[in-house]
Design a protein around this ligand. Structure first.
Ligand code: NMX
Ligand code: MLT
Length: 439
């Protein structure tokens, strides 16, 4: 048994009585109400999910296990010469809430390494798909194809106690996590680099191994670590995390659940926005003949986009009401590594102009940038210019948070998710009565 699994077991056993007590002694305590606007409007801000992996404050932004982004980057173990923590240590932290030592992180590294061989049929499936398939369709299919490997399904069919469910969920999640970087890199090299996959170097950590399989030299290893950590989790209500949680609540395994979450991530209002941002920036640059636009020109581009009925990609958020600290973290990276890069300068200019335009437009509740407004610039700078691939990177990162969540879901015995729907007629009748009469 690994130290991570031991620690996790201890944490789970300590946590279970807290949930039992809440349910038994305080189950009827009211924590929220639901309005017609929320029922029709995508359940914004309805508090009906529980996760301890991360929490999103509308003003402060994300905290992973109670730590802000700068604290997470500062406190977790890093390899010598690297600015960003090991993904393996971050995974330990997300799962247990404890900051691992370098030794703990290295132990996770060797555990993942042993699980990292991608079954050959996955490559056959990827190769059989149309080469112009979107990389997210390739990614999601590759994940789903490995469902036959599920340890959870095997143990479930053999019969196991509910309290044991988390154990095979952990095994499936570790196996999946170990294989995602190679699958993602394979898709990239097959589709965009003349079908020249680069074999993994299993002596490296996840970030460095991903960089070398993609074919990008240092400091791309640190870019990968930063990117995967920043995109890992955003509490559990966002579409990808919620989908993974929802699907897994049927006791379907990590492969089914994570693949489903990736299909949600592939929408332009969610993870695909990072691709849209780059495509929009490229349009602006093309129209300006490669020059930086003036603020007035940029304003016009922004209005043209809005007047065409499109959204400004990378701006706005369902929960956040300030600049996303994930945007700020990436901006700080750019200030350090690529301060004079024209595309970074343009991104900064958009940051100066777009919030005012969105305010004037008067629709978006949050006129500030989200994570996607900055991430593609960094990828482009390091040579990853095929922007329809960017959401796959988001997906590899999102595995960390979503898989940690479903392991804990099974550990705490969270049941099948099944909210209640009502009819429009019911809403009309409750509206005419000035609100629903509660029994
Ligand atoms: N540009 C133009 N209009 C916007 C924007 C934007 N960036 N953001 C919100 N609006 C509109 C929105 O379409 C809606 O219009 P309508 O009333 O006509 O339906 C109105 O403002 C109210 O929306 P909000 O309540 O502010 O936002 P909501 O919670 O519904 O949606 C997003 C949140 C993130 C989907 C939305 O802000 C958006 O479409 N942003 C652009 C796409 C994007 O960057 N998505 C990535 C989010 C982060 N991620 O990685 O997942
Ligand atoms: C995310 O990281 O999932 C996005 O910011 C969307 C969200 O939190 O709703």
């Amino acid at each position: 048994m690994s130290k991570l699994k031991d620690q996790l077991r201890e944490k789970i056993e300590a946590h279970r009585p807290r949930v039992q007590k809440l349910l038994k002694e305080h189950g009827t305590v009211l924590i929220d109400k639901v309005t017609i606007e929320q029922a029709i409007g995508g359940a914004r801000d309805v508090k009906c999910l529980v996760s301890d992996i991360s929490y999103l404050d509308p003003l402060e932004g994300i905290r992973f296990r109670g730590k802000t982004i700068p604290e997470t980057f500062a406190d977790l173990p890093k390899l010598p010469g690297c600015d960003y923590p090991l993904i393996e240590g971050f995974w330990y932290f997300l799962l247990t809430g404890d900051v691992p030592t370098m030794k703990d992180a290295r132990e996770v590294m060797s555990d993942l390494r042993e699980r990292s061989r991608v079954p050959l049929y996955v490559f056959d499936i990827l190769r059989a798909m149309a080469r112009d398939s979107h990389p997210m369709a390739l990614f999601s299919t590759a994940i789903l194809s490995m469902q036959r490997e599920s340890v959870f399904v095997k143990r479930y069919n053999e019969g196991m106690k509910k309290t044991e469910y988390w154990d095979p969920m952990y095994e499936d999640s570790m196996n999946l996590l170990a294989r995602l970087p190679e699958i993602a890199a394979y898709i990239y090299r097959m589709k965009y680099r003349s079908d020249t996959p680069i074999p993994p170097d299993r002596s490296l950590d996840l970030g460095a191994n991903f960089a070398q399989m993609m074919g990008f030299p240092k400091p791309y290893d640190d870019v990968a670590r930063m990117y995967f950590i920043l995109h890992s989790d955003h509490e559990v209500g966002n579409v990808s995390a919620h989908t993974v949680h929802l699907v897994a609540s049927t006791l379907s395994d990590a492969y089914y659940a994570f693949s489903a979450g990736m299909n949600g991530l592939a929408g332009p209002l969610h993870g695909l926005a990072n691709q849209e941002v780059l495509s929009w920036i490229q349009d602006v640059m093309k129209q300006m003949g490669g020059k930086l636009p003036s603020k007035d020109d940029l304003k016009k581009f922004l209005w043209d986009t809005l007047n065409a009925g499109r959204v400004i990609p990378g701006y706005g958020h369902a929960v956040l009401r300030r600049t996303d600290p994930r945007y700020t973290a990436q901006m700080e990276f750019c200030q350090k590594h690529l301060p004079e890069y024209p595309m970074f300068k343009l991104t900064n200019l958009i940051y100066q102009v777009a919030p005012g335009v969105l305010r004037e437009h008067g629709k978006a509740k949050n006129p500030w940038p989200n994570v996607d407004a900055q991430s593609g610039v960094i990828q482009w700078y390091y040579g990853l210019t095929e922007y329809d691939y960017y959401t796959v990177l988001f997906g590899v990162g999102r595995a960390l948070g979503t898989l940690a969540n479903i392991i804990w879901d099974r550990a705490l015995g969270y049941p099948l998710e099944r909210p209640k729907s009502v009819t429009t007629e019911m809403l009309e009748s409750w509206a005419s009565e000035g609100g629903r009469q509660m029994p």
